[in-house]
Ligand binder design. Structure first.
Ligand code: SF4
Ligand code: SF4
Length: 413
């Protein structure tokens, strides 16, 4: 894990991958003072979850040095200067004072799976263990009236303080009757509004909760929409992807505990610390893209040599997410690393727009330009042009000197 932490820290602090914040020293000094005051306030509160973070670290064989490395990498991930590292370390310990209510609506539970993980918990997962998960429709032992009572009590006890995580889309068709919950047959729509009313903030997790996801794909039989189409006048954070990365869930909760505020968001309400990067910017196959070396068909010599997947339909150039840096499964690997192109799962309407194995240039749809924060849009559009140039260069080079992949095939024989 140390190697992964080092890699994440290096990437997040490198000039090429850093999202510029244009904030001066005074801003950070003021923020530091505010965060210290906030943490003192949190310290005075009784923990809602009795699990002790230090004990969990010890039980999992993680020493202080390793934890501080993680805190340093997480500080960089949250786009904060290194002086915030000790505050991040303190904030993690106090995450057992952050009550979370988790709703599951129209979904596959993939984000709950990501939250749960399989085995070998590392620091991100241990952090998720100590949050005070007051209610989770899938994970809790209680059911029926007992579960409803538990939710009512949690909402009353932590009124105005709990963070409401929402997984899954909201079916609006047939007056919401495609999705109901509890003995009263409350629709998902009404359930969500009732739970959001007294939340401090609402976090939509995964592509379904953020933008409707697969349930909203054409022809969208249930009239599925995302949380932001339903919940208004509340601080709302979108953490899209299919599933959302647990590191980004940790980042959002940690930011909230530390500052009492939602992180800086783009116009799709995604935290910039996680979605200010294009997959393509930090992709390990990028050098092959620049060199015009592409996989032309599955299993060819290009595939064997880890060439760029653009011609096989990779949507990394249009997709904003940090999974090329953070990766999945303890940072072991990620989709492009195992040889599949990105399908743009963190972008709106990804299933209809991106999830097919053809390049965007062959599609009869317009590349997305709306919604993303403006400077990022311009950057992205620049890249689309670069993509076209890359393909053009490749075609010209192939015509003059023979296909690079063909040479490669020859070499590999
Ligand atoms: S097109 Fe896809 S595989 Fe190729 S460099 Fe970009 S993100 Fe990586
Ligand atoms: S590589 Fe693309 S499709 Fe895969 S998880 Fe990341 S954003 Fe989603």
């Amino acid at each position: 894990m140390s190697d992964r932490v080092e890699a994440v820290k290096k990437l997040f602090t490198s000039k090429s991958s850093r999202v510029e914040t244009n904030k001066g020293d005074t801003y950070y000094q003021d923020l530091f003072v505010k965060c210290e005051a906030r943490l003192n306030e949190m310290r005075a509160q009784a923990p809602a979850n009795r699990l002790d973070f230090s004990d969990l670290l010890e039980d999992n064989g993680i020493d202080r040095r390793e934890f501080m490395k993680w805190a340093s990498a997480t500080t960089a991930m949250l786009m904060l200067p290194p002086m915030f590292t000790p505050l991040i370390a303190d904030a993690v310990v106090m995450m057992n004072r952050a009550p979370v209510i988790w709703l599951e609506l129209q979904d596959c539970a993939g984000n709950s799976e990501a939250l749960l993980r399989a085995d070998g918990p590392k620091i991100d997962e241990i952090v998720l263990d100590i949050i005070s998960l007051e209610y989770h429709e899938t994970l809790q032992a209680a059911s029926g009236h007992q579960a409803e009572k538990q939710m009512e009590e949690a909402m009353e006890l932590f009124k105005g303080k709990y963070i409401l995580f929402v997984e899954g889309s909201i079916p609006m068709g047939m007056n919401g009757q495609y999705g109901t919950i509890g003995a009263s047959g409350e629709t998902f729509h009404d359930h969500l509004l009732r739970c959001a009313e007294n939340a401090a903030a609402v976090v939509a997790v995964g592509s379904c909760a953020t933008f409707g996801g697969i349930p909203a794909a054409s022809p969208n039989p249930t009239g599925a929409v995302g949380v932001m189409d339903v919940v208004k006048n509340k601080p709302l954070i979108n953490i899209p992807a299919c599933p959302a990365n647990p590191a980004n869930m940790v980042g959002v909760i940690l930011h909230y505990v530390l500052t009492g505020q939602v992180p800086e968001l783009d116009s799709l309400l995604r935290p910039k610390f996680a979605f200010g990067y294009r997959i393509h910017d930090n992709c390990e196959r990028r050098a092959h893209f620049d060199a015009g070396e592409y996989v032309e068909e599955w299993g060819d010599a290009g595939a064997q040599n880890n060439f760029c997947l653009y011609k096989m339909g990779c949507k990394g150039p249009m997709t904003f997410n940090n999974c090329s840096i953070v990766r999945y499964n303890e940072g072991v690997n990620w989709p492009i690393g195992v040889g599949r192109g990105c399908i743009g799962c963190s972008e709106p309407d990804f299933w209809d727009k991106y999830a097919y194995e053809r390049p965007m240039a062959d599609a009869k749809i317009k590349a997305p330009t709306g919604g993303v924060e403006k400077s990022v849009d311009e950057f992205g559009l620049g890249l689309l042009t670069a993509t076209a140039i890359g393909i053009g260069i490749h075609a010209a080079a192939s015509a003059v000197a023979g296909k690079k992949s063909g040479e490669c095939e020859g070499e590999s024989k």
